[in-house]
Design a protein around this ligand. Structure first.
Ligand SMILES: [Zn+2]
Length: 320
């Protein structure tokens, strides 16, 4: 694991500790305590760059889907939101944190990819009339899945905490740059990898890379695009000139090289194990329990996502 990595067992212990904590409390306290200050503190990870670490958990009624690392960059001319949050409630929380710290206008909101924990906070920023920046394939992906995700989130959080599906108003097909007066943000639209709409960003003010879910740290990556493509895009991330990054999930900032090595280690084991299973005619139902099992202790939420990852990998690799 990376130098910055908290040992995964620490994360594994998190939810059970929280449950133990809640056991002695009345139910009405739960929603508030679910957003404990410790979990939701914002850290300044670079000059004018603020990040909140997402919970290493799945969306629950108590956590407002605040499971991704979200944050903002304060530039000379305005604020850019690096990730909007996992629900309208989460986005409102983030917006409140911004206005506490600066009275500059919120001019840009990045929608890093289609997944709900990265886009449903956007509704909280519509009032600011920012530019919503997304991958050129994001509109299509949101059209296909946005309402499905929204209904699922409404079942969990209720309509007023979920919010609308917000579409990008600026799309990036290859690369793009925006200027906040004293710093430039350079965007790269990636090929199919974690999803088919992954957008990364580099801040010229700090040199930090914001790869969103192209980089998971400690939490098991979830595959929803292309396994071979993701391994290719990892190589591309290495060429962008950054040494530190703010991952989509995990610590608020990490050294890039070891974090990418851990990620590509898992994806390589997933690829090679799936190929071996296909070669031996192991059926998919069996492969999901055996492929990459040796990685179990290295990743939080392994049992929730590894089987799905094998399924996606199997479908991609069986025709190669
Ligand atoms: Zn994602």
């Amino acid at each position: 694991m990376t130098a910055d990595a908290v040992h995964p067992r620490t994360f594994g212990a998190g939810p059970s500790r929280r449950h133990a904590l809640f056991a002695g409390l009345c139910l009405c306290c739960l929603p508030t305590l679910g957003r404990a200050a410790e979990s939701f503190a914002i850290e300044e990870v670079g000059p004018g760059i603020f990040v909140r670490k997402g919970l290493i958990a799945d969306a629950t009624v108590d956590n407002d889907d605040a499971i991704a690392n979200v944050g903002f960059i304060v530039g000379k001319t305005g604020v850019l939101v690096t990730e909007s949050g996992g629900s309208l409630a989460d986005g409102r929380w983030l917006r409140a944190e911004i206005v506490k710290r600066t009275d500059k206008p919120i001019t840009h909101v990045v929608l890093t990819h289609v997944h709900p924990d990265h886009v449903f906070g956007a509704g909280a920023f519509v009032q600011d009339k920012p530019v919503f920046i997304g991958h050129a394939k994001l509109t299509e992906a949101l059209s296909a899945r946005g309402e499905f995700y929204r209904k699922r989130l409404i079942d969990l959080l209720g309509e007023d905490r979920t919010g609308p599906v917000v579409y990008p108003t600026m799309s990036v097909a290859d690369t793009a740059e925006i200027d906040l007066g004293d710093r430039r943000l350079t965007f790269t639209a990636h090929g199919p990898a974690h999803t088919t709409s992954d957008l990364s960003m580099i801040d010229s003010g700090s040199g930090l890379l914001f790869p969103a879910d192209l980089l998971f740290v400690n939490r098991i990556p979830s595959l929803d695009g292309s396994l071979r493509g993701w391994l290719t895009e990892i190589e591309r991330l290495k060429t962008l000139g950054a040494t530190r990054a703010v991952p989509g999930h995990g610590p608020v900032a990490v050294d890039l090289a070891p974090a990418l090595a851990d990620l590509s280690g898992y994806l390589t084991v997933l690829r090679d194990g799936t190929r071996a299973a296909i070669a031996k005619d192991v059926p998919i139902e069996k492969a999901v329990t055996s492929v990459a099992a040796e990685q179990r202790d290295a990743w939080a939420l392994f049992d929730t996502y590894n089987g799905r990852n094998v399924t996606v990998a199997y479908q991609e690799l069986e025709w190669e």
